[in-house]
Design a protein around this ligand. Structure first.
Ligand code: C2E
Ligand code: MG
Ligand code: MG
Length: 716
C-alpha cells in the first residue's frame, strides 16, 4: 500500500525505497539510527524530501530540501530547525490546513503555499506532497513528503493573471460613448456604453434630448458650442459639462462634436462623450490639498510658503518685522510607531487645535508636514514679545493628550528666526528657524531656541561632515580598534570589544563620537557596520588560532543596523567561513535600541540568538528603566556603564546601583562586564562584588591591531 502510494505520488524514484525495515521497527527507533533507509535515491532527488515525527520534529532532510531552506548541510539544518512547520508558512492558517488534510486523508497532494526560506526568511512558493507512514497496528510512525520550489512558475502565473486582469479592466472601463443627434440635440443613436456613463440603456436614451440631462449652469455655454459645431466654427477642442446620472449624481462628460448631417450613413451631429469625472474630482481634491492640510485643516506647506513669501515682501516695503516659529513635536515618531497611525493622527489633530487657539491673532499657521508646524507673526510694538510667544507655544502644546485609555505627554521643540535681523528672504528664514528648532532639541526638548549665526556655522560644518562621510564610506576609511576585556581574578585576556575608528586622510584618527551619530542618521551606519564586522571577525579568528584560546569578540550594533537584514546574514556567513563558535561573538546593543527597535529589529536579535550569537546589553544603568527591560528582553549578558563604575567605591548612589545591577544580573543568569575601569580601587570593588570581567583604561585603551599585539595582549 505504501509503495503504491509512492509510485503514484512521486514516480519511480520513490518506489524503490524499502520500508519493510521501518515497518518492523518501533517508533522510537525511527530517526535515531542515522543509517536508516533514507536511501541514496531519496537523497539525490532533485526536489526536496523529508521525514518528520508526528510532533513536527524534522528527522531527515535530503540535500535539495536543505538547499531550499538556505542551509548547507542536513546537520546544520536539523540543528537549527526543530519544527519546520512553525513560522514556515507565510499565511499562518496554512499549517493547520495541511495537518487537517493529513489527518483526514492520510496524505496531501499538490499543496501549494507561500513559505519562508528558513534561513534567510526570503519568501518563496512551494508545492508539497506528503503522507503518513503507519506501522502494522496502524500507529503513525512518521510523515514523509516532498517539497518542490515553484516560485518561478508561480510568478509567471501571477504575471499572466495580472496581464489578463489589466486587459479586462481596460476594456470594461471604456468610458466613451458616441451619440448621433439632430441640430436641437434630440438623440437618434447612441452606443451601449451610455449605460455606464449615465445609467440608462441605449433604447431609453434614444428619443430624449441630450440637453435634458445637462446641468443648468453648463447649458448656455454648450448650446452655443453646439451652434458653432453646426456652423463648422467650433474650435475642435473638448469641452466639459455636468450630466445627471440615473443615480442622481453629476458626472463630468467631456464632449467633442462634429457635423455629419450631410453624410447619409449618419444623418446628424456626432458627439463623442468621455467620462472625466474621476480626473476632475482628483484635480479639485489636489487643489484643495494644496491649500489646506487634510488632517488638521491648517494651511498646507505650499500655501504657507506662498503666503509667507508675500507677507515678507509686504513687510519689507513697510519696514515691518516678522518672527517665524518652527515647531516640531518631540518623540512623535515613537508614539506613532508604537500605537499606530490612527493614534498619531489624533495627536496631530489635538496639537493643531491648541495651536489654532493660541495663534488666533497671528498672521499664518500651517502644518508643514509630519509633526512639524509653523507660525508666522508680525512683530508689532506692544504685542507679546517674540520670546514670550515662543514660550507660550511650548506651554500650549505640552499638556497631556488623552486618547482612549492612553495618556500621551506631548511636548514640542520650537525654533525662532527673525526678519530682518537673521534673514531677509523667506527661504533662509525658514531654514534658520528649522536650525534653531534642531538646536532646541539638542538642548533639552520641550523648549525653544532663538536662531544665532553660530547655528548656521554648525549646520554648514554638519553638511560638510555628511559629504565627507559619504566619501569615506566609498573609500572604506574605517578601521577597527580593539579594547581588551580582562578576567579580574587571573588578569587574563578573555575577549575584545571592537571599536570603529575613522582614518581620516586630513584630520587623522577620528573617534566614533565625531561621526557615528551622523552616520546613523544618514543611513551610512549599515555599510560602516558591515566593514567593521568583516575586519573584526577575521581578526578574532586569527587571534583565536594564534593563541589557541576561546577569545570573545564584542561588536557594537546600532538601531538602524538592526533594521537591515544583511547584518544577520553577513554575521552568519562570517562565523561559518571562519568556523567560529557562534557564542564567541557578542552583539552589543543599547537599551534605547531595545525600546525603539521595530519588530524587525527584535526578530533579527532573536534570530541571532537562535544562531547562538550572544546578545549583550551595553551601557547598563544609563536608561532609567533598565531593570524592567532586562526582564522583558532576552539578553545573555550586560555591560555596566562607565558612568557608574566611575563612582566606585566612594559614591554611595553609584555603588548601590552597581551592586544591585550585578546581583540582578546574577539572578537572571547573565554575564557581567564592567566598562570604564580606570583605577585599582574600582577593580578591587568589582572583584568584591564578584564582577569578574572588566575593560577600561586601567588595562588598555582601544588599540590598533599592531599596538594590541606589540603590547603583548595575545600572551596575557
Ligand atoms: P561603548 O560601546 O560604550 O564603548 C565603550 C567606549 O568607552 C569606547 O569609546 C571606549 O574607548 C571608551 N572607554 C573604554 N574604557 C574606558 C575608560 O576606562 N575610561 C573612559 N573614559 N572611556 C573608556 P569609543 O571607542 O569612543 O566608542 C564610543 C561609542 O561608539 C561606543 O560606546 C559605541 O556605542 C559606539 N561605537 C564604537 N564602535 C562602533 C561600531 O563599530 N558600530 C556602532 N554602531 N557603534 C560603535
Ligand atoms: Mg560597546
Ligand atoms: Mg558601553
Amino acid at each position: 500500500m505504501i509503495e503504491m502510494k509512492h509510485a503514484q505520488l512521486h514516480g519511480s524514484a520513490y518506489a524503490v525505497v524499502d520500508y519493510s525495515a521501518v515497518r518492523r521497527g518501533t517508533r522510537a527507533s525511527v530517526g535515531m539510527t542515522p543509517t536508516d533507509n533514507f536511501s541514496t535515491l531519496f537523497e539525490l532527488l532533485p526536489i526536496g524530501a523529508y521525514r518528520s515525527a508526528p510532533s513536527g520534529e524534522q528527522l531527515r532532510a535530503n540535500s535539495a530540501l536543505v538547499r531550499l531552506n538556505g542551509y548547507r548541510s542536513e546537520r546544520e539544518m536539523l540543528e537549527v530547525v526543530r519544527d519546520i512547520g512553525e513560522n514556515w508558512y507565510v499565511q499562518a492558517g496554512r499549517r493547520d490546513e495541511f495537518k487537517a488534510t493529513m489527518e483526514r486523508f492520510g496524505e496531501v497532494i499538490g499543496f501549494v503555499s507561500e513559505v519562508y526560506r528558513h534561513r534567510t526568511r526570503e519568501r518563496i512558493w512551494i508545492s508539497e506532497n506528503a503522507h503518513v507512514v503507519r506501522d502494522e497496528q496502524g500507529n503513525v510512525i512518521y510523515y514523509e513528503g516532498t517539497v518542490e520550489e515553484i516560485t518561478r512558475q508561480r510568478n509567471a502565473e501571477l504575471a499572466l493573471q495580472r496581464a489578463l486582469h489589466r486587459n479586462d479592466a481596460l476594456t470594461a472601463k471604456s468610458q466613451s460613448v458616441t451619440v448621433v443627434c439632430d441640430v436641437d440635440g434630440r438623440v437618434s443613436y447612441v452606443t451601449d456604453a451610455i449605460d455606464r456613463l449615465l445609467g440608462v440603456s441605449a433604447a431609453e436614451f434614444i428619443g430624449t434630448n441630450l440637453f435634458d440631462t445637462m446641468h443648468p449652469d453648463d447649458q448656455a455655454e454648450h448650446r452655443a458650442e453646439f451652434a458653432r459645431v453646426a456652423e463648422h466654427r467650433n474650435s475642435g477642442e473638448e469641452s466639459v459639462a455636468r450630466h445627471r446620472h440615473a443615480d442622481g449624481n453629476w458626472r463630468y462628460l467631456a464632449s467633442l462634436g462634429s457635423d455629419a448631417r450631410d453624410d447619409d450613413a449618419v444623418g446628424g451631429m456626432i458627439i463623442y462623450w468621455r467620462d472625466v469625472t474621476e480626473t476632475h474630482l482628483a484635480r479639485s481634491r489636489l487643489r484643495q490639498l494644496a491649500e489646506s492640510d487634510p488632517l488638521t485643516g491648517l494651511q498646507s506647506r505650499a500655501n504657507f510658503e506662498m503666503r509667507a513669501f508675500s507677507a515678507i515682501e509686504t513687510q519689507r516695503a513697510k519696514g515691518g518685522r516678522i518672527a517665524l516659529y518652527y515647531i516640531d513635536l518631540d518623540n512623535f515618531k515613537l508614539a506613532n510607531d508604537s500605537y499606530g497611525h490612527w493614534v498619531g493622527d489624533q495627536i496631530l489633530i489635538a496639537v493643531a487645535r491648541r495651536l489654532q487657539t493660541l495663534c488666533a491673532g497671528q498672521l499664518l499657521l500651517a502644518r508643514l508636514g509630519g509633526d512639524e508646524f509653523a507660525v508666522l507673526s508680525i512683530r508689532d510694538e506692544g504685542a507679546t514679545s517674540t520670546i514670550q510667544f515662543a514660550q507660550a507655544i511650548v506651554e500650549s502644546v505640552c499638556a497631556p493628550i488623552q486618547i482612549d485609555a492612553i495618556r500621551f505627554d506631548v511636548t514640542a521643540s520650537v525654533g525662532v528666526a527673525l526678519f530682518p535681523e537673521h534673514a531677509s528672504r523667506f527661504v533662509e528664514l525658514l531654514r534658520f528657524a528649522d536650525q534653531a528648532m534642531f538646536a532646541a532639541k539638542g538642548v533639552s526638548r520641550n523648549t525653544f531656541y532663538l536662531f544665532t549665526p553660530e547655528l548656521e556655522r554648525q549646520s554648514r560644518a554638519r553638511a560638510a561632515l555628511i559629504a565627507d562621510l559619504r566619501r569615506a564610506v566609498e573609500a572604506n576609511e574605517f578601521t577597527v580598534f580593539y579594547q581588551p576585556q580582562v578576567d579580574l581574578t587571573s588578569g587574563q585576556l578573555v575577549g575584545v570589544e571592537a571599536l570603529v575608528r575613522w582614518q581620516h586622510p586630513k584630520r587623522g584618527l577620528l573617534e566614533p563620537s565625531e561621526f557615528i551619530a551622523v552616520a546613523e542618521e544618514q543611513g551610512l551606519i549599515n555599510r560602516i557596520g558591515l566593514a567593521v564586522l568583516d575586519q573584526a571577525v577575521r581578526q578574532i579568528a586569527d587571534w583565536r588560532k594564534r593563541t589557541a584560546r576561546a577569545l570573545r569578540l564584542a561588536i557594537n550594533v546600532s538601531a538602524r543596523q538592526l533594521r537591515d537584514r544583511s547584518l544577520g546574514a553577513r554575521l552568519y556567513d562570517l562565523i561559518e567561513h571562519y568556523g567560529l563558535p557562534p557564542a564567541s561573538v557578542e552583539v552589543e546593543v543599547t537599551e534605547s535600541i531595545l525600546i525603539e527597535a521595530s519588530t524587525i529589529g527584535r526578530d533579527l536579535l532573536d534570530e541571532l540568538r537562535q544562531l547562538g550569537v550572544r546578545i549583550v546589553l551595553d551601557d547598563l544603568g544609563v536608561g532609567y528603566s533598565s531593570m524592567a527591560y532586562l526582564r522583558r528582553f532576552e539578553v545573555d549578558g550586560v555591560k555596566l556603564d562607565r558612568g557608574f563604575v566611575k563612582g566606585l567605591p566612594n559614591h554611595p548612589v553609584d555603588t548601590a546601583i552597581v551592586r544591585s545591577l550585578i546581583s540582578l544580573a546574577r539572578e537572571l543568569n547573565l554575564t557581567v562586564v564592567a566598562e570604564g575601569v580606570e583605577d585599582t580601587e574600582q577593580q578591587r570593588y568589582l572583584l568584591s562584588e564578584r564582577c569578574e570581567v572588566a575593560q577600561g583604561y586601567l588595562f588598555a585603551r582601544p588599540l590598533s591591531v599592531d599596538a594590541f599585539e606589540a603590547q603583548g595582549w595575545l600572551k596575557r
